[in-house]
Design a protein around this ligand. Structure first.
Ligand SMILES: NC(=O)c1ccc[n+]([C@@H]2O[C@H](COP(=O)([O-])OP(=O)(O)OC[C@H]3O[C@@H](n4cnc5c(N)ncnc54)[C@H](O)[C@@H]3O)[C@@H](O)[C@H]2O)c1
Length: 254
């Protein structure tokens, strides 16, 4: 019998092969949940799951493109068959979008941001909910961003999709409150992951240039966001739904 704050739960995490998703998958497993690591990069998802198993946890890897409804449905079914019905879904995958003013943003980059960040989350929720109903309830955690609240020039597609996710979570919260399914967004500030390394060239540059934008004077670590994800996944947040949990080093307070 596993122990921990998530004992007996099964969590499906999208974008689990890297950064915040990986740290959250590890933290969920350390708290006793069985974890399905869903990622576009199937090989990296295998590495993520193997690392969790090596650390004594229960995990599987599922290659899955969240833009594709059939793949997402199959991944949730596979999770239910191999681990049990997911009662936690962390909808976390997002695309890398180049920084341009709207006037210069390629339509393909806009469409890609919508497909992964927004439709991907819709599909992940849509196909997780039936399993949550079977499990008697659940917690949906949608990774949004401080840029769901405050805007940043040249990040139009990203800010727009992240803002929309706050509304998506609220709608799901209303639709399923009576069925014991909660839905919240988790909004990190800048966190040292591959995403920022890609955006700034490398993580040192990201830390130097972007860290000071946060009143605490630094970027966050994926593990700091994972702690908040564990809280949202656990019954400790049982009265919290339709809310946004901001973990941003004070960024949006300015
Ligand atoms: N890092 C930050 O500064 C920061 C700040 C605020 C919000 N966020 C959000 O946190 C989440 C995780 O970001 P991260 O920084 O850990 O990113 P990351 O790039 O380290 O990890 C993202 C993962 O998503 C996967 N992925 C990409 N497209 C996919 C698809 N179509 N289907 C399935 N998987 C796909 C990638 O393979 C990768 O493993 C994202 O939603 C991001 O917008 C990040």
């Amino acid at each position: 019998m596993s122990t921990g704050r998530l004992a007996g739960k099964v969590a499906a995490v999208t974008g689990a092969a890297s950064g915040i998703g990986l740290a959250s998958a590890r933290a969920f497993a350390a708290e006793g949940a069985g974890v399905a690591c869903l990622d576009l990069d199937g090989a990296a998802a295998e590495v993520a799951a193997a690392g969790i198993v090596e650390a004594g946890g229960r995990a599987i890897a599922v290659a899955c493109d969240v833009r594709d409804g059939e793949q997402v449905e199959a991944a949730m079914t596979q999770t239910a068959v191999r681990l049990g019905p997911p009662s936690v879904a962390m909808c976390n995958a997002a695309a890398f979008t180049p920084s341009h003013r709207i006037v210069d943003l390629a339509e393909a980059d806009w469409q890609q941001a919508l497909a992964v960040n927004l439709t991907g989350v819709f599909l992940s929720c849509k196909h997780a909910i039936p399993h949550m109903l079977a499990a008697g309830g659940g917690s949906i955690i949608i990774t949004a961003s401080q840029f769901a609240r405050v805007a940043k020039a040249e990040r139009g597609a990203y800010c727009t999709t992240k803002g929309a996710l706050l509304q998506l979570a609220k709608v799901i919260a209303l639709e399923h409150a009576e069925e014991n399914i909660r839905a919240n967004t988790l909004s990190p500030g800048g966190v040292a992951t591959d995403r920022l390394a890609w955006q700034f060239g490398d993580l040192e540059t990201a830390e130097r240039e972007w860290g000071p934008a946060h009143p605490v004077g630094r970027l966050g670590r994926p593990e700091e966001i994972a702690k908040a994800a564990v809280y949202l996944a656990s019954d400790e947040s049982s009265f919290m739904t339709g809310a946004d949990l901001l973990v941003d080093g004070g960024y949006a307070a300015r």
